[in-house]
Design a binder for this molecule. Sequence first.
Ligand code: COA
Length: 128
Amino acid sequence: MALMERLIKARDNGELILIDGGMCVFHLRRDRQLTITEIVSTRKGAGSEMLDKLKKVEGAHSIFAKCPAGWKSNKFYEKQGFELEKTEEQPAKKNQNQGFFSQEEVGKKINCWRLTLVKKKRASLGLI
Ligand SMILES: CC(C)(COP(=O)(O)OP(=O)(O)OC[C@H]1O[C@@H](n2cnc3c(N)ncnc32)[C@H](O)[C@@H]1OP(=O)(O)O)[C@@H](O)C(=O)NCCC(=O)NCCS
């Protein structure tokens, strides 16, 4: 899907955050993983502000983001307390349907970051 189509879809689903100096597109899955599909900041501090909004999204149990291993923005996730869940190789197929990265990233290492908001055990017991 092209960027503009994804933006419109996200807007219509309430999954687009626009603040002064920041934009974030996300998707809350049925399994309660909130995936950041795009996040960009033009003002220091905007990234943290958007993350605060994501943490308040109703029903989200974790926040997940993928980031090419060589990108500086990995530091952002690290500093925000995300855990590096795994590092994978970006397959060519994913690029056809998902907005994450360009063809240039195919075959490169991708870091998978996760911030746990609700511990799984308690959630599965229906305590939350
Ligand atoms: C990732 C991004 C959205 C973070 O937004 P931001 O407004 O810069 O984030 P904040 O200012 O709230 O930063 C929070 C902390 O993370 C650190 N950080 C953020 N981006 C960083 C970067 N690129 N390199 C190193 N540290 C970074 C900040 O220094 C800050 O730490 P501090 O509190 O100790 O100073 C922004 O850097 C960006 O737009 N990057 C380009 C797009 C991109 O790579 N998006 C992610 C795709 S995976």
